[in-house]
Write a protein that binds this ligand. Sequence first.
Ligand SMILES: *Cc1c(COP(=O)(O)O)cnc(C)c1O
Length: 398
Amino acid sequence: MARNSQEIISLFKESVIPNYTRYPVALVRGDGPWVWDAEGNRYLDFFPGWGCNLFGHCPKPVVKAIQEQAARLIHIPNSWYTEEQGVWAKMLCDRSFHGQAFFCNSGTEANEAAIKLVRLHFAAEHRYKIITFQGAFHGRTMGSISATGQAKYHQGIEPLLPGFTYVPFGDLAATEAAIDDETAAIMVEPIQGEGGVRIPPEGFLAGLRKLCDEKNLLLVFDEVQAGCARTGHWFAYQYFGVEPDVMTLAKAIASGVAAGAMLTKKEIAPSLRPGMHASTFGGNPLAAAAGIATIKMVEEEGLLEKGKLMAKHVKSRLDAMAESIDLIQEIRVVGTMIGIELRIEGAPFVEACMKKGLLINCTHGNVIRLLPAVNTPLDVMDQGLDIIEEAFRKGVTS
Ligand SMILES: *Cc1c(COP(=O)(O)O)cnc(C)c1O
């Protein structure tokens, strides 16, 4: 395996469906906050694994657990019990609301499970509608994309799954007005990720909780991006102090191994009854071993604390930049979920930073999004922030 980037790109041109916009670089190796391309160039990665590598590339305790597990048992189906899945579920439930877990392989699947759970739970009452929010992102399968309140993702694939109503994020009155006799749940990202790292207004999530309690609806938090230590807490709902009935997880849950989970309260869980939902790969021993090792690593290495310290450091640096750089509109930081809203398009800055060896992301057109590994040393964070600051100061023409 020693092709250069151009040769690898040719393979893709010939044999991979071109449904992604990709940078013209093939990555071959990663270590902590660093990745290398096929030409041996090193990049500092402030967007590792699109949020999946929250603990850096190839964290050693997870690599070791995967290697050991792979030699013992890679996959067996859910017609058997495995200790790994049981332990992983208990570790997640112990750290959240002491419910029960269903495992799958991605964020969109976790949300599909949540949608089916909601419908099954209220089937006898003929309630199936779910209120979601404009700017949300819940995944790409037909149920989750129907839940996603962004028209640009719907063009050409309609008709969507019926039953979703989109209301403005942060608008409690509009949410309440959207509830009718067939409404079953409210589904929300506690912090909108893809929608531009949007933090809900004070009291919004608590208000949703209250509405759900009053109207007997389930409150579903999509924590696929904001969960699993991203906020400096195990789960984003703990950061906000508002507990959901259902929570979906994926991205960083197993340090980059494909995995997802839906957690719900013990009294709701039986609605997802045998025969009504399943996943062949979900909760397989390899993913479970990676998930267990991830939780242990976070606690043994004090990574929740590190996330809070990193947030403070990054916030103060970005706030200082915002004071003297006019094109910065707003800085939003929770843990290692970082949004820099610009007054202009962000894409040119992603290009400029990549030329300087820094990988970042732009979402929603004008929001520079950073999801750095929580264990990135602060002096390395500063190296990257210096590159970003220089790019902002030079402006788009650089
Ligand atoms: C990434 C993401 C998803 C989809 O996850 P996949 O693993 O790509 O299916 C769903 N919800 C949120 C909030 C996400 O950030």
